[in-house]
Design a protein around this ligand. Structure first.
Ligand code: NAP
Length: 251
């Protein structure tokens, strides 16, 4: 354990098996949080996250669930609370992305995107916020994307889903305050499995168009999430934080 910032706290991180979610699990573990690591398919990867969490001297559990399925989310929350205790920190991070040029937009694919990215944010949130309010404490971070804030070719459905995440978090913040704080993060392109939806030359073009002249790392998003989940951001709720190496505004 590196510090004690999250000692005594229980965290649920959706999509904690890989990429940004894994980095968030590890970062919260360095602060002493006990962590429920959600995944859908990649059990081996989730086990590797759990080993990393344990290596920081704290414990955790794996909770397999499709975040878009109400019954599975209810089971995930129940198991977390039974095994670790009431959830103090929630990170809705699980998500999918797909490159779809405008002439290939497909309604089934659109519904799947909305289901995982929007329902998959809504369901864990509504499952935990009642308890958080009753206990008078909760900290939530929703992972969105700068795709919601600026055009990205072939990503209209993904962008719309992430815009919904930002609006949902922002709107809920008033109802949840003052006991529960909720913020969203809009990352730029981050080096994870998800960036494979772009070709190497597309990724290179984005890196060159980014003021920081590189893509982001999952650990950089995890650090911002930890800040927003901690009392270092005690007067902050309903905001969307952009972490994109400066690449936000319209070209
Ligand atoms: P990733 O490496 O592809 O990992 C995705 C994670 O989400 C995995 O843990 C996966 O679980 C989980 N997941 C996907 N669908 C799920 C479902 N239906 N139920 C439960 N878990 C599910 O992606 P990432 O890059 O870390 O992205 C994490 C979040 O950041 C996403 O919301 C993404 O939209 C957002 N984001 C990413 C970038 C980027 O450039 N990478 C930029 C902006 C925003 P399994 O391992 O079991 O498959």
């Amino acid at each position: 354990m590196v510090d004690t910032e999250f000692q005594g706290r229980v965290a649920l991180v959706t999509g904690g098996s890989r990429g940004i979610g894994r980095a968030i699990c590890e970062r919260l573990a360095t602060g002493g949080a006990r962590i429920a690591i959600n995944y859908q398919h990649a059990e081996d990867a989730a086990r590797a996250t759990l080993e990393a969490v344990n290596s920081f001297g704290t414990d955790g559990i794996l909770v397999q669930a499709n975040v878009a399925e109400p019954k599975e989310v209810a089971e995930m929350v129940k198991k977390t609370e039974q095994d670790l205790g009431p959830i103090d920190l929630l990170v809705t991070n699980a998500g999918i992305a797909k490159a779809e040029p405008a002439d290939q937009l497909d309604y089934d694919s659109f519904k799947q995107m909305m289901s995982v990215n929007v329902d998959g944010t809504y369901l864990p949130l509504v499952s935990v916020t009642k308890g958080m309010r009753a206990r008078g404490f909760g900290r939530i971070v929703c992972i969105a994307s700068i795709a919601a804030l600026r055009p990205r070719p072939a990503q209209a459905a993904y962008s719309a889903s992430k815009a919904a995440v930002i609006a949902f978090a922002r709107s809920l913040s008033e109802d949840l305050a003052p006991a529960v704080r909720i913020n969203s993060i809009a990352p730029g392109l981050i080096e994870t499995d998800m960036m494979q939806i772009m070709t190497p030359s597309q990724r290179q073009a984005i890196a060159e168009a980014t003021p920081m002249k590189r893509l982001g790392r999952a650990e950089e998003i995890a650090e911002l999430a930890a800040f927003l989940l901690s009392e270092r951001s005690s007067y902050t709720t309903g905001q969307c934080y952009i972490a994109s190496g400066g690449r936000v505004t319209l070209p």
